[in-house]
Design a binder for this molecule. Structure first.
Ligand SMILES: O=C([O-])CC(=O)C(=O)O
Ligand SMILES: [Mg+2]
Length: 620
């Protein structure tokens, strides 16, 4: 930065303040914005130096704004008097106002927009509200509402919230990364929008998923929001609706060929490594082939993982371990049918296989427990089509005598103990399929329960609803879905009165925030399979006695932060076991002397918890 700049470090604070005070607020805003542009180019964001900021800037910077929680001293010292109402409010009162407004909005999208404005104005308040009301608000900032937001992102757009990198700007990726106001982001979620949830190719509109997942990194694991970086890579779109929409914000062209995107990806990953060498990259919602390809290509050279392959795999395994215990079907008798053989289906099956091999089965024995089904029926080597590369691993040879074209036929043949859906096809677990699953489990002996995981997101893509699952299995299914369902209370007519069935939400949110946090805090140079597997195992052990007693297989969502802490702790240890932690050895030795206590208190000391309100000290 040049010394002639009006806000350069050689300019005295007093002279800046007198100039700022002399200027009208509007003039001042314009001045500050110009300054932004310059410092960002120099990548020296002195603008964020609080000692130089005026009161008005404090109110306009979402990470500094405390709403009505500024203390009297802060109001005087920061020249805030008169700029906000005189009253001082605790966070509880401000949260109550926010919740009242959210509840008064008619649709989930309206509620989302309110929350999004809150985030743009007062980050601490946004996270306090989300964290304290996670059961009610997670479905708004994340699946299912985020799916609708992505569909309409270009129309809803009011302000930038991410890095938008188009393939036309590929020569300036480093500059764009440096333009991001935070110098050292720790975690990035990147998508190319090619397969957003179960909604398909949404192009640049898919950026909503990066924004939503990062909000959960903060709400569910306590990563400082200023250390999170959402990115969308715009490589065109094959979505006709987007291409025809005059408001569409992305490139108006079809998706570039695979090899061209590959070069772009290489450039992007190299630029990320140069500019933010310590940042962990989470790949999100890339279409299946690319998901596997990029994971394979970068996993040994970059700090990265794929949430749809590894996150989904780990979260399903985390729930499956508990489900097997509750099902009464011994491990060796478990047989799993998967409807859906995309990135999530194959990722989950591989993760579950690992569970079996770690329990003594050979690779072949473990693989034989899985029957994957896609739109053409059972995935087999010789069913007459060219199998996509990622499907070959689980392709079977069972069709020597007969072809299995439908899920019903496969269930009738396999007699599975578990049915897992990752198809993005609403209602494809029909009454006959679910009844057949129950029947095959019942046939194995009394007291056995079927495992039923319709995991596709958002709710409009779920393979079946919780109500259907309970209805068609007489309340017996051990149920987990990707998006949230409400509990069901049924009057059974028996003496014990009504029965309440609790659904489980087997969503990645139980894994990726803790996995990312663990990788960051361990300074892991890679995200290894051991770290991912450990995340699943830790999740399965993070339930309280009360949750286990209630028959749950995932912690209650209100406890997601506690679960993430357990996951992060174990992921850190796994990073060390694998030799990928860059923390000094003495640090590990010191922690080990204290068991988990020291490690846990270290993690707690690192996480963001927004208490920066009237009663909090020292944040300004
Ligand atoms: O976002 C979610 O809820 C889970 C996920 O990664 C997906 O469905 O692609
Ligand atoms: Mg995803």
């Amino acid at each position: 930065m040049t010394s002639s700049h009006p806000l350069s470090t050689t300019t005295s604070l007093a002279s800046i303040e007198s100039r700022v005070q002399a200027a009208s607020l509007d003039q001042h805003r314009g001045y500050a914005q110009n300054h932004y542009a310059e410092v960002h180019q120099d990548h020296e964001p002195e603008y964020f130096d609080k000692t130089m900021a005026s009161g008005y800037q404090f109110l306009r910077e979402p990470q500094w704004n405390k709403g009505l929680a500024f203390t009297p001293d802060q109001r005087i010292n920061k020249n805030l008097t008169g700029l906000i109402p005189h009253t001082i409010e605790s966070y509880q009162t401000q949260c109550a106002r926010a919740m009242k407004m959210i509840q008064s909005r008619p649709t989930p999208i309206d509620k989302y927009l309110y929350l999004s404005s809150l985030k743009a104005e007062n980050i601490d308040l946004f996270y306090r509200v989300v964290m304290d009301n996670i059961r009610e608000l997670m479905p708004l900032v994340y699946t299912p509402t985020i799916g609708d937001v992505c569909l309409q992102y270009s129309s809803l757009y009011t302000r930038p919230e991410a890095l938008y990198i188009s393939i036309k700007q590929r020569r300036s990726i480093r500059t764009m990364l440096r333009n991001w106001p935070c110098k050292k982001p720790e975690i990035c979620v990147v998508t190319d929008g090619s397969r957003i949830l179960g909604l398909g190719d949404l192009g640049i509109n898919g950026v909503g998923i990066s924004i939503g997942k990062l909000a959960l990194y903060t709400a569910a694991a306590g990563i400082d929001p200023s250390k999170t970086l959402p990115i969308v890579l715009d490589c065109g779109t094959d979505n006709e609706t987007n291409l025809q929409d005059p408001l569409y914000l992305g490139l108006r062209q079809r998706r570039v060929p695979v090899d061209v995107q590959q070069e772009f990806m290489d450039e992007f990953m190299d630029a990320v490594k140069d500019v933010f060498p310590e940042m962990v990259v989470q790949f999100e919602d890339f279409e299946t082939e690319k998901a596997f390809k990029y994971l394979d290509r970068y996993r040994n050279t970059h700090r990265c993982f794929n949430d749809d392959v590894q996150g989904t795999g780990a979260v399903v395994l985390g729930g499956y371990i508990g489900a097997v215990e509750n099902s009464g079907v011994p491990l060796e008798e478990q047989r799993l049918v998967f409807m859906g053989a995309g990135s999530a289906g194959v990722g989950v099956a591989k993760q579950l296989m690992e569970y079996y091999t770690r329990r003594g089965l050979t690779t072949q024995e473990a693989r034989d427990k899985f029957w994957l089904v896609d739109t053409k029926g059972l995935v087999t080597h010789d069913r007459g089509d060219r199998l996509a590369e990622h499907k070959k691993y689980f392709a079977r040879t069972d069709n020597r005598e007969r072809q299995f074209r439908t899920l019903e036929e496969v269930i009738e043949y396999v007699k599975p103990s578990a049915l897992v859906g990752l198809t993005a096809t609403f209602g494809c677990f029909t009454e006959p399929t679910i009844r057949a699953l129950k029947w095959s489990v019942d046939a194995g002996g009394a007291g056995r329960r079927p495992i039923l995981f319709p995991l596709s997101n958002p709710l409009t893509k779920a393979e079946c609803t919780f109500e259907q699952a309970m209805e068609w299995t007489d309340g017996q299914a051990i149920f987990a879905s990707g998006s949230p369902f409400s509990p069901i209370t049924k009057n059974t007519g028996g003496e014990s009165g009504p029965v309440t069935y609790l659904p489980n939400q087997g969503n990645n949110v139980y894994v990726f925030p803790g996995l990312g946090l663990g990788a960051i805090l361990a300074k892991a140079t890679r995200v290894t399979d051991e770290m991912v597997y450990t995340a699943a195992d830790a999740l399965s052990k993070s339930l309280t006695a009360d949750e286990l007693h209630a028959g749950l297989i995932y912690p209650r969502i209100e406890r997601v932060r506690e679960a993430s802490l357990v996951v992060a702790r174990e992921v850190m240890k796994a990073a060390r076991r694998d030799g990928v932690s860059d923390l000094p050895e003495e640090q590990w030795v010191e922690w080990e002397e204290w068991g988990d206590v020291a490690l846990v208190s270290f993690i707690k000391s690192q996480v963001y918890d927004p208490v920066s309100f009237a009663d909090a000290k020292g944040r300004l």
